[in-house]
Design a protein around this ligand. Structure first.
Ligand code: BDR
Ligand code: CA
Length: 314
């Protein structure tokens, strides 16, 4: 095993994506080798610029950022999440521009290059729509096979949806891509609403890293709009930790309790579009089964996140 787990984050920043990137940078167990961006919470140009700026905030503009898909695979899904994340994706906070430029390679090429050249197995954490990963599977299947573990934020087994009654945002944004990825034989952990909704970062926790220094204070400022949204949408006094919980599992494998299940994504155009149908009748032994996260120690996960974010200013 390498000293540190090589890691790629595929992301659509996004307030909680920003938090997830910062968590990875604060974690010595992982070596963030590449960030790929995708359409999602806001348009691709914005998610890409946001990724560059978040890395720069943490003094890590050396991490390459490659831009990926600007739209879903088949059915256009123009609805963004500006009402959650702010029109520019980072809760109305204008971060300083990065001195780095976007990597000239398309995201799938950058991903394939990294996977084919890494001597160690690479963890990939997709925390946005799964378009880039589906394209990787289609264009570079031999590279996709070298993924050690996909840790996906998306879906829901028993909690319904958050963007429709049935669907979670990342899966709903590109159901055909999600179907291809979750139907593949790549070892996959699905970190869905069942474990993210109970994981709430309170204003007290945010205040702890806000007090640690300028990086923590900026992260707290980015989160403010998300706190307001969570209070209104979910009735909780803090931030629902979606993407950073997936990163926690990527950083510390086994953090979440999982059960191996067959998962089908609803790709019809009806009311169920984007739903993850998790077959709970039995544990699956199929090679395409997914490790569905079912249990979380939410207090421990939040404490991990808060202490790691505070450490960025140490
Ligand atoms: C997911 O949707 C996005 O808005 C968040 O960034 C997260 O990845 C939660 O459903
Ligand atoms: Ca996201």
């Amino acid at each position: 095993m390498p000293d540190r787990i090589p890691l790629v984050i595929d992301t659509d920043p996004g307030i909680d994506d920003a938090l997830a990137i910062l968590l990875a940078l604060a974690s010595p167990e992982v070596d963030l080798r590449l960030v790929t961006t995708v359409h999602g919470n806001v348009e691709l140009e914005q998610t890409t610029d946001n990724a560059l700026r978040v890395l720069h905030l943490a003094g890590r503009s050396d991490v390459p950022v490659a831009a990926g898909a600007r739209a879903s695979l088949i059915h256009p899904q123009p609805e963004r999440a500006g009402h959650v994340h702010g029109a520019a994706g980072l809760g109305g906070v204008q971060l300083p521009p990065s001195p780095a430029s976007v990597d000239p390679r398309p995201a799938v090429v950058a991903l394939a290059d990294l996977l084919m050249s890494s001597p160690e197995p690479v963890t990939v954490a997709p925390i946005g729509p799964l378009t880039n990963i589906a394209l990787l599977l289609a264009v570079y299947p031999e590279a996709a096979e070298r993924i050690d573990r996909l840790v996906v934020m998306g879906g829901s087994a028993a909690r319904g949806g958050n963007v429709t009654a049935a669907a979670e945002f990342n899966i709903w944004s590109d159901p055909e891509a999600a179907a291809a990825v979750l139907g593949s034989a790549i070892p996959t952990v699905l970190v869905g609403l069942d474990v993210t909704l109970p994981t709430v970062l309170t204003e007290e926790g945010i205040a702890r890293f806000a007090a640690a220094g300028p990086i923590g204070a900026t992260a707290a400022a980015i989160l403010q709009q998300y706190v307001d949204h969570a209070r209104n949408a979910y009735g909780v006094p803090g931030v629902v930790v979606h993407d950073a919980l997936a990163l926690t599992e990527a950083i510390a494998p086994g953090t979440l309790g999982t059960v191996r299940r067959d998962v089908v994504v609803d790709t019809t155009l009806g009311a169920g579009r984007g739903q993850t149908l998790v077959d709970q009748r039995s544990v699956s032994t199929s090679p395409t089964a997914v490790d569905v996260a079912t249990t979380v120690d939410a207090g421990a996960a939040v404490e991990f996140l808060v202490s790691r974010l505070a450490s960025l200013d140490a």
